[in-house]
Each structure stands twice: as structure tokens, then as C-alpha cells.
Design a protein. Structure first.
Length: 206
């Protein structure tokens, strides 16, 4: 029995270590994505300034917004949209583009912001829906596998109603079903058994 007790903490430590490693990998991945997006936006700003206002790189700002929306969600994509709109405005201003009125520059920046935000919101919602469908599919596949297990041929004792499992050991029927599915049991009395139990209790008192 002692080796079993020692094995349990070892498995727990191994599980915690795997989880920590997975979290570190995810953090590194997200950090790489953020740094890549920042670098891409900086390159866009430089190209916008270098080529002047006659060349428009407006459409390329949708890429960083879409990437942030896909990996980080709608809220961060809105923040990224605001930053991209400001970067576009600063590049447009730095390139020497002049307008007949300041209102036009503000209007163009707002149009950029609305466009970026709409794309970010759409991409974020698509990702959420796909993840939801993935979870539903996994739950359905798990339920179908549990049904297949329960539909298989079972050896059951005709007296105590225990079931022989895959290892050849005999289990209570409740324990077997709980092990192979997410079904939970609550015990009580049916009317006939309740009546019988009351009669037996009264006889025992006599």
C-alpha cells in the first residue's frame, strides 16, 4: 500500500508541472503575437510616412486587428482598433497631408476606427462561436462514447446485481455507471420497498 501512497503525490506533482509548462507556452505564444502585431503596425506607419498620403495602406491595418480579435477577444481588438486608427492618423499627418478643414481629418480617422472595430468585433464573435461549437462537439462525442460503453454486453450477477468490469472485477452497478459516464445516483425508496421497510421495522419492534 505504501508505494501507492507515494505514487499519488508524484502523479499530482507531474500534473502540476505539465499545467505550468502549458501555461508558460501559452504566455510565450501570446507575447510573441503581441510583439509581432506591434512590429507590423510600426512597419505600416513607416510605409505610410515614407510613401506619402498618395499611397494608402489603410486596408493592411485590418490584419493586426483581426489577429488580436482571434487570439485575445473582442475587447482587446477594440483597443487595438483605437491604436491603429491613431497610428494611421499620425502617419497621415506626418506625411504632410493637408485638408481644407480639420473636421475632414477627424472624420477620416473615425471612419478608420469604426471599420477596424467592426472587423475586430466580427472576427472575435466568429472565434467565440467556433470555440463554442468545438466544446459542444467534444461533449457530444463524449456522450456518444459513453452510450456505446453502456450499450455493450455486460456480465451482471443475478443475485447481488454487481457488474463485471473490463478488468474482471465486480462493481456495484451504480459505481460502474458513474465510472463510465457522468451519471450521479441518489438513493431512496420506491413505494413498494418503502412499504416493505416499514412493515419490517414494525415487526422488528414487536
Amino acid at each position: 500500500m505504501q508505494p501507492t501512497k507515494k505514487a499519488a503525490p508524484a502523479e499530482k506533482r507531474r500534473s502540476v508541472t505539465c499545467k505550468e509548462t502549458y501555461m508558460k507556452i501559452r504566455m510565450h505564444k501570446k507575447l510573441s503575437i503581441v510583439l509581432g502585431v506591434v512590429f507590423f503596425v510600426c512597419i505600416l506607419w513607416w510605409l505610410d510616412v515614407w510613401t506619402g498620403y498618395e499611397f494608402d495602406f489603410f486596408i493592411f491595418y485590418f490584419f493586426p486587428v483581426s489577429i488580436i480579435a482571434w487570439f485575445f477577444g473582442v475587447n482587446l481588438s477594440i483597443i487595438c482598433s483605437i491604436l491603429c486608427a491613431l497610428v494611421w492618423f499620425s502617419a497621415d499627418y506626418a506625411s504632410g497631408h493637408t485638408y481644407s478643414a480639420h473636421f475632414i481629418a477627424v472624420w477620416n480617422t473615425l471612419i478608420c476606427l469604426i471599420s477596424f472595430s467592426a472587423v475586430g468585433w466580427g472576427i472575435g464573435r466568429i472565434h467565440v462561436l467556433l470555440q463554442s461549437e468545438k466544446v459542444k462537439t467534444e461533449n457530444l462525442e463524449r456522450a456518444l462514447s459513453e452510450i456505446k460503453i453502456l450499450e455493450s454486453f455486460l456480465s451482471i450477477c443475478s443475485v447481488c446485481k454487481k457488474i463485471r468490469n473490463e478488468d474482471g472485477k465486480w462493481q456495484q452497478i451504480e459505481s460502474y455507471i458513474s465510472t463510465h459516464s457522468e451519471t450521479k445516483f441518489s438513493h431512496g425508496y420506491c413505494p413498494e420497498c418503502a412499504k416493505k421497510a416499514i412493515e419490517e421495522a414494525e415487526l422488528f419492534k414487536k
